[in-house]
Write a protein that binds this ligand. Structure first.
Ligand code: DX5
Ligand code: ZN
Length: 219
């Protein structure tokens, strides 16, 4: 049994039937529910926010992995924690006081992650790495589901894994590249289109795990 975690992104789910969609990934053995929050400023798209996290919290016992693609994340942390987030990830590019933000999130008993855009060097989180619970390496430019995986991020995944913190990868992950990211050191795999864009999301989750575990670095 490997230790890879699969985190389906509900961005590609059918929002009219969100509870059924969550049911499917639960059956498939998903480890986390990845929730993409976008504000139309940090990224050129607007998605969902606190009320959806709150609704999901009542419905599922899976950990809620909240990925904030928003400016001024410090202004919204409390609301997302109150809504029931288990992990809060902010983008390092917009965190003026990243260290303080991490301490704030963790002081409320919530796990803290820092996300890096494709153009951001892994060393941007070097001095907070030991305080982080997770480093999220974007493998597409944030803003939309269904984009093509950026192969050039593989060395960054490797470099981030050296910090000894759980590395999450996000964007364009499917059965063709799940093995590669696992081999590079990813421990948490986000997948939107390759799970909810298929006829059988439960099977998609299982297959991603099998593929990743074949190649994962860790025993
Ligand atoms: C992109 C989001 C991702 C995205 C993943 O901005 O952070 O979580 O929804 O979707 P796919 O797997 O379709 O790239
Ligand atoms: Zn995401």
């Amino acid at each position: 049994m490997g230790r890879i975690k699969i985190a389906p992104s509900i961005l590609s789910a059918d929002f009219m039937h969100l509870s059924e969609e969550i049911g499917k990934i639960e059956v498939g053995g998903a480890d986390l529910v990845h929730i993409d929050v976008m504000d139309g400023h940090f990224v050129p798209n607007i998605t969902i926010g606190v009320p959806v996290v709150k609704a999901l919290r009542k419905f599922t016992s899976l950990p809620l992995d909240v990925h904030l693609m928003i400016d001024n994340p410090e202004l919204y942390i409390d609301d997302f924690i109150e809504a029931g987030a288990d992990i809060i990830t902010f983008h390092i590019e917009v965190a003026d006081h990243a260290h303080r933000l991490v301490q704030k999130i963790k002081s409320k008993g919530v796990k803290a992650g820092a996300a890096l855009n494709p153009s951001t060097h892994h060393s941007a989180v070097e001095y907070i790495a030991e305080d982080l619970d997770m480093i999220l390496i974007m493998t597409v430019n944030p803003g939309f589901g269904g984009q093509k995986f950026l192969e050039g991020m593989l060395p960054k995944i490797k470099a981030a894994a050296k910090y000894g913190v759980d590395v999450e990868v996000d964007g364009g992950i499917d059965l063709d590249n799940a093995g590669k990211v696992a081999a590079a050191g990813a421990g948490i795999i986000v997948a939107g289109t390759s799970v909810f864009g298929t006829l059988y999301p439960a099977d998609a989750v299982k297959n991603l795990r099998v593929e990743a575990e074949k190649h994962e670095l860790r025993p």
